[in-house]
Design a protein around this ligand. Structure first.
Ligand code: NI
Length: 182
């Protein structure tokens, strides 16, 4: 397993719609393993393939022992969600140190393919449901910033640009980060 470099805000890869996976082969399984390895090294709770520069519909989520099991999400689709929404703070490994409140459905049913190529459905609620929705957004080229008001988004983008002053490129080598980012 390999810890891969992360693509940061500004990388065109994060705005690309990822392509469906036709078959779960060794390359896809290696990608899944690397996503888990990279997510854990970065102390994240979810990671999508385009965040490591691979435009395929593969993501992983592991919000910890309170909401097992960790999920492998290949070609994931939200097939149902409840009417109730919840607003909570989100961050993203591709936009370090930037956080914003996002409203999302509280409970969902997701359908996806696992590491063994089997299609499954899973129910999730609360933080886990939020993480799954955040990762599926990534596969569609959507970032949590896109869910914020224009005013809030420009404030956070200004903060981001300030923090990035003097830094070049959109790749980040993963080193230990504070916990809690998606
Ligand atoms: Ni993210």
């Amino acid at each position: 397993m390999t810890v891969r470099d992360l693509h940061l805000l500004g990388s065109p890869m994060l705005r690309q719609r990822a392509a469906p996976v036709a078959a779960v082969d060794d390359e896809v399984r290696r990608l899944v393993d690397d996503l888990f390895e990279t997510m854990r090294a970065a102390k994240g709770v979810g990671l999508a393939a385009n965040q490591v520069g691979v435009a395929r519909r593969v993501a992983v989520v592991d919000v910890g022992p309170d909401a097992p099991p960790p999920l492998v999400l290949i070609n994931p689709v939200i097939v149902q969600h409840g009417d109730e929404h919840e607003t909570a703070e989100e961050g993203c490994l591709s936009i370090p140190d930037v956080f914003g409140d996002v409203a999302r459905p509280l409970a969902i049913i997701v359908e996806a393919t696992d590491r063994d190529g089997r299609r499954y459905t899973a129910e999730a609620s609360g933080f886990k449901a939020r993480a799954i929705q955040h990762e599926i957004d990534h596969l569609d080229g959507i970032l949590f910033l896109d869910h914020l008001s224009a005013v809030k988004r420009s404030l956070l983008l200004a903060k981001w640009k300030k923090a990035r002053l003097g830094k070049s490129g959109y790749l980040k080598e993963v080193t230990p980060e504070p916990a809690g980012e998606l």
